[in-house]
Design a protein. Structure first.
Length: 436
């Protein structure tokens, strides 16, 4: 394989991403704390440990600065800010104010995610997102957070990957609340997520406008995959269409345009604007090859791996061209700016992350040069962290984390990314030093 130097396009901001539950730690009353207590994390790890970020904010901001990021995506923990319904914690929100001020003091532009898979137990135990109350609950939480932080933060992600949360929590049953095959729950909650975003979009804009913010940016981080049919049979093609629709298109279409595709219900919502997305957030990791089968339980498709494809530690295909294809599809359809809100790989030994970064940034640069309006790239993730049901052993970090000592060490691939962020190019020297 030959590597060639290339430049990072001028307007692409480079950064990294985390989310609250992945890194904070602490005895928080949320669904992941309970899921950990119940022994449901594969390697026995627990959300209360994570990266102990809550006690290491200053030094963790130094890590971000240490890799020359211009922007950083962080999340807030709902249960820390609203421990009881309607009761907001000044102490809880103060933590994020402090962190965001530190980021700004270091010239790092924050992008804040309001919800990233974690529900306070008071909400979890009252129907979570299946309950129609979830929409109002989210709006009230969002209102408080944006009131408190909106003088510092212009860019917001309302929701992260409702499709992944619902697939694992309500279809496969491996995430809280552990429901299997609960399609009724899946679609009811999908509708509430869409409504929560659509209303929050308007609400956040109004709030930020009244604070004098000139260029508010509000969007969703969508998990988008490539689904390719295993063969030319009508069954495989039909399965690809069905899976694409139920796993991604109903979310993209409702949250971008306010249009509810069957079988999603609109709950009476009528779109009054051309779009509800100042950017479309894309979290891109991998592709699935779909083979059509006569089995409704798998939506008529078995998910297979491409033969001889390179795989990461979790056996996900590494497929950089997919990033180009996804960006093109989304841009052709919606003509909205794109943020790559997550892209990264699980590689504990740091064997292939450097090449992963090279390949994905190269493809992204090509997409931008071809006219696709991609404005940001957030590498997932800053440091190894609590990776949901996989626990601490699934390592996606630019920094290695020792979970016993909480010592962070920059990986070689992290150094490569830090160089790219600093020089805004991949040079012949960097290829020599990192890729050969
Ligand atoms: C995404 C998710 C992140 C993290 C990442 C790596 O789907 O938003 O929270 O889990 O995958 O697996």
């Amino acid at each position: 394989m030959s590597y060639t130097p290339f430049k990072i396009p001028k307007n692409l901001l480079l950064g990294s991403a985390t989310a609250a539950t992945h890194i904070e730690g602490g005895e928080q009353e949320h669904n992941w704390y309970r899921w950990s207590e119940l022994g449901n994390i594969k390697d026995g790890s627990h959300s209360k440990v994570a990266c102990d970020h809550i006690n290491r904010i200053e030094s963790d901001v130094d890590l971000i600065k240490g890799i020359n990021n211009e922007t950083y995506r962080l999340g807030v923990e709902w249960s820390r800010i609203e421990p009881e319904e309607g009761k907001f914690s000044e102490e809880g929100i103060a933590i994020y104010r402090k962190e965001i001020k530190l980021l700004l003091a270091n010239n790092i532009k924050p992008l804040v995610t309001l919800w990233h898979f974690s529900n306070p137990l008071w909400m979890e135990d009252d129907g979570a997102w299946v309950s129609p109350k979830s929409v109002q609950r989210f709006l009230s939480f969002s209102k408080y957070v944006v009131d408190q932080l909106g003088d510092l933060v212009e860019d917001w992600i309302t929701l992260n990957e409702p499709n992944v949360y619902l697939t694992f929590g309500y279809f496969e049953g491996i995430w809280p609340p552990g429901n299997k095959g609960d399609l009724k729950g899946y679609f009811a909650a999908a509708k509430h997520f869409a409504l929560a975003h659509l209303h929050a979009y308007e609400q956040i804009h109004e709030q930020l406008k009244s604070k004098g913010c000139k260029d508010p940016k509000v969007g969703v981080a969508h998990h988008l995959r490539i689904f390719d049919p295993a063969n030319g049979s009508w069954l495989s093609k039909m399965a690809v269409n069905l899976i694409s629709r139920l796993f991604q298109n109903i979310f993209l279409e409702s949250m971008t345009k306010g249009k509810f595709l069957f079988p999603l219900r609109s709950g009476g919502f009528k779109a009054t604007r051309a779009h509800y997305a100042d950017f479309i957030g894309i979290n891109y990791y991998s592709r699935d090859i779909i083979k059509g089968v006569l089995n409704p339980a798998t939506l008529f498709g078995d998910r297979l791996l491409k033969e001889n494809a390179p795989l990461n530690d979790l056996d996900w295909e590494i497929y950089p061209e997919g990033l180009y294809r996804i960006c093109k599809q989304v841009y052709d359809k919606y003509q909205r700016p794109i943020f790559i809100t997550e892209n990264g790989t699980c590689d504990a030994a740091d064997n292939f992350r450097t090449k992963f970064i090279y390949d994905h940034l190269k493809v992204l640069s090509k997409a931008i040069n071809d006219g696709i309006d991609i404005q940001r790239y957030y590498h997932w993730t800053l440091l190894d962290n609590f990776e949901w049901a996989e626990g601490n052993s699934a390592r996606f970090g630019l920094y290695h984390n020792n979970f016993e000592t909480q010592e962070r060490t920059l990986r070689k691939s992290g150094e490569f990314y830090a160089n790219i962020c600093e020089e805004r190019l991949v040079s012949a020297r960097m290829i020599e030093a990192f890729l050969k």
